[in-house]
Design a protein around this ligand. Structure first.
Ligand code: UT7
Length: 327
């Protein structure tokens, strides 16, 4: 049976740490508000030369090294982002050039925070159709470039970074691999979280109330939807696979807010030791949040061979879902 499997993971974070104490000097906020309302203590902000494709390429190199593969082995490079280097061409093409992965075709996907999980599902389906393919999936963001640093509602929440996974076909008889995903979107709720582009050069299409190319967010509505929709996706996916939440060895949720994670954990009945979080150190890195967490969990030995791992994701669009894999 053909089944896609994660062969290696990698991540890369910019050097510069921006602490809550520093944010106190920038906007009307406090360390105690940020920590108690979100669980975030610090985040990384890209500095000189740390363009999204450079950080993404470094995460990819680490994933390839872990898989004992080279850039020349990659057949497809998919990069999820909502903060691309340019509108055109794709950031995936910039990463391809950085890596010298010239045997690959490359493109971006835009599914906000759910982008990496959508990408893993996509890679899994390519591999099922063409088992000799090696697919590199990257989630990468430079959200600091899209931030209104005067808006305390958003600027305390997000961070920069990249994570990657390389996938191939499971060996004959192997039980591990991607079992399945339950992915969903609801474009009717687009205005809960969005970033407009630059002003339109076509005056007929210029939005009358253009707010600038910054992240705009309705935090409390997002919060409620995040918990409810991720819970629904997880329950549906588990039911499809005749599994119970107790069968899961590790849950890696989108790292947006520790209160969302705790709510989800309680509703699903997952014990605390089975939930991986690192948002305290990185904030919300959108499409990079799950792959960075997956890589850290992997490198810290939190995932053992044979473990059943559950990814749950939620973001702008709205986009959300859950994905199950055996390590
Ligand atoms: O990755 C995509 C998915 N993202 C999410 O799902 C994010 C979901 N939302 C959240 O994480 C939370 O809603 C937030 C952290 C954004 C906000 O937390 P909250 O407990 O929902 O607060 P709130 O929006 O209800 O605001 C409460 C108060 C407001 O003041 P008033 O109107 O009650 O006087 C805000 O102005 O907190 C105020 N506030 C702040 N105060 C200090 C908002 N941001 C800040 C801040 N520092 N940085």
């Amino acid at each position: 049976m053909t089944r896609a499997v994660i062969l290696g993971t990698g991540s890369c974070l910019p050097e510069r740490i921006l602490t809550n104490a520093e944010l106190e000097q920038m906007v009307d906020t406090s360390d105690s508000w940020i920590l108690s309302r979100t669980g975030i203590s610090e985040r990384r902000i890209a500095g000189p030369g740390e363009h999204i494709h450079k950080v993404a390429a470094q995460a990819a190199r680490r994933a390839l090294a872990a898989a004992q593969l080279t850039p020349a082995d990659v057949d497809l490079l998919v990069l999820a982002t909502v903060s691309p280097h340019m509108l055109m061409p794709s950031t995936a093409c910039f990463v391809q050039a950085e890596l010298k992965a010239f045997n690959a075709f490359a493109y971006d996907i835009s599914a906000a925070c759910a982008g990496f999980t959508y990408g893993i599902d996509l890679a899994s389906k390519y591999i099922c159709a063409q088992p000799d393919m090696k697919v590199l999936v990257i989630g990468a963001e430079n959200l600091s470039t899209r931030m209104n640093w005067q808006d305390r509602n958003t600027c305390v929440l997000f961070g920069d970074g990249a994570g990657a996974a390389v996938l191939g076909n499971a060996a004959e008889g192997e039980e591990r691999g991607i079992f399945g995903a339950k992915l969903q979107s609801d474009g009717r709720l687009w205005n809960l979280l969005y970033t407009e582009g630059p002003p339109s050069m076509n005056k007929d299409l210029q939005l009358p109330d253009w707010k600038g190319p910054y992240i705009q967010m309705n935090g409390s509505e997002l919060f409620k939807n995040a918990v409810r929709l991720m819970e629904g996706a997880v329950k549906e996916l588990l039911a499809q696979h005749h599994l119970d939440i107790a069968d899961i060895d590790l849950m890696i949720p989108h790292q947006a807010n520790i209160r969302i994670v705790n709510n989800l954990k309680e509703r699903l009945g997952v014990s605390a030791d089975k939930v991986f979080t690192n948002l305290n150190r990185y904030g919300n890195t959108s499409s990079a949040s799950i792959p960075i967490a997956l890589d850290e969990a992997n490198r810290e030995g939190r995932i053992r061979p044979g473990d059943l791992v559950l990814l749950c994701t939620f973001g702008a669009g709205l986009t959300w879902g859950a994905l199950l894999l055996r390590w």
